[in-house]
Ligand binder design. Structure first.
Ligand SMILES: [Zn+2]
Length: 404
């Protein structure tokens, strides 16, 4: 077997060599501890005892274990990615980096740390899809400072994600299968892969079943002559469609977010962060974009009752103490007297002058380059900062109240 792999590796730009320091053995099942195993990598080397591994062994980015290591590697990858996401979120919250840049870094740093081995662990670890889905959801909320109960799709759409969580893992799995199918017909690895479909528990069988579950066509069932790029586009479009469908259903039934028609009238994730980077906007605007996303997600606690956050029907505006029975965002952005002076300076632009039912929606969906966009971000940023000041003061006040 080692000789076969040794001959196969150079065909794929790899070099295969074994040594005592790279080789461990696991005890599988309940058999007795074997005698020391001697290993002789080549005839030139003297035999050396192999180390016996009882738990896990990290090698080639994979955490090997007696059970294969898929579950252990999944946990390791998600923990590493979560650390990167927490670090990014900390920088964003402290305005050390702005959200649009953090979104770009997220792809490279957080998702980049998940990718190695994803095609394997996402199939072989039994609960991998749910773990990835949950992790992705928590990272989206983290970047926007949203609590765990907030709709994860709302955060994903504010961040401009269209294919994420389990769907992203499916993209990686489908492309891995496609690449193997496209290798030469006499390739050893390809041959083993094809034969493995007859074994129920093999990666080949399980990944094929996942494709069927997601309604995806395997590249071998379509037209192999269309090539990898055409297949990638087909899979990505199909998975994005599934993600969008799930998100729309979830957002339409969510009462904790602004109506989807109001904040995402196109029925697609926001392109705000992406466009902000492309337009190379001012640093202040880039920082303020997070405030706009948070306002659109209803993450700013704009109402109070007795100095405490309130969602009741007779709560008061934190800025003017007016009773707000519905639509705190509409009140604060369009009507609150606290911001009247600031708004009067912004009436120069069409979006601010426009009247009617859809006025808030038009404002909240302004994009970089549109008239009134900079003014909107300035106002929203001030509202966000003043909201933080209000609750800081309220917190200090209640702290003083409980002091003896
Ligand atoms: Zn008010």
């Amino acid at each position: 077997m080692l000789l076969i792999i040794d001959r196969w590796a150079p065909l794929h730009g790899a070099c295969f060599h074994v040594g005592v320091d790279k080789t461990v053995f696991f005890l599988i099942g309940s058999s007795a501890l074997p005698r020391p195993l001697l290993f002789r990598p080549t005839v030139c080397n003297p035999p050396a005892p192999l180390s016996f591994c009882t738990t896990t062994h990290r090698w080639l980015g994979w955490l090997w274990s007696p059970a294969g290591g898929a579950r252990e590697t999944l946990v390791l990858r998600v923990q590493t990615a979560s650390r990167h996401a927490a670090s990014l979120s900390g920088f964003v919250q402290a305005s050390g980096i702005q959200l649009p840049l953090a979104g770009a870094l997220f792809q490279g740093k957080v998702i980049g740390s998940l990718i190695p081995g994803m095609w394997l662990y996402a199939v072989m670890a039994p609960d991998a899809m749910k773990v990835l889905e949950d992790a992705w959801s928590s990272w989206g909320r983290l970047l926007l400072g949203a609590p765990p109960w907030k709709n994860a799709h709302a955060a994903a759409w504010e961040l401009g994600w269209s294919c994420y969580g389990a769907a992203y893992a499916m993209l990686v799995i489908a492309l891995r299968r496609a690449r193997i199918w496209l290798w030469p017909r006499d390739d050893f690895y390809r041959g083993v892969f094809i034969q493995s479909h007859s074994f129920h528990e093999s990666w080949a069988s399980r990944s094929k079943q996942l494709l069927l579950d997601w309604g995806l066509t395997d590249i071998c069932d379509g037209n192999l002559h269309d090539g990898l790029q055409a297949y990638k586009k087909y899979v990505k479009d199909a998975l994005t469609g599934k993600c969008l469908g799930a998100a729309r259903t979830s957002l339409d039934s969510s009462s904790s977010c602004l109506p989807r028609d109001l904040v995402h009238p196109s029925g697609h994730p926001s392109s705000l962060l992406h466009l902000l980077l492309r337009f190379q906007c001012d640093w202040a605007l880039l920082v303020a974009s997070r405030s706009l996303c948070r306002l659109r997600m209803r993450l700013l606690p704009l109402l109070h009752r007795g100095g405490r956050v309130s969602h009741s029907k007779k709560a008061l505006c934190i800025f003017c103490n007016a009773v707000i029975s519905a639509g705190p965002v509409t009140h604060v952005v369009l009507k609150c007297p606290r911001w009247q002076e600031l708004r009067s300076c912004m009436l120069v632009s069409g979006a601010w002058r426009a009247d009617g039912v859809g006025r808030l929606g038009r404002l909240l969906n302004l994009l970089p380059g549109a008239a009134g966009f900079a003014e909107l971000l300035y106002l929203v940023r001030v509202i966000d900062l003043e909201t933080v000041l209000f609750w800081s003061a309220a917190g200090r006040q209640s702290f003083r109240c409980v002091l003896p």
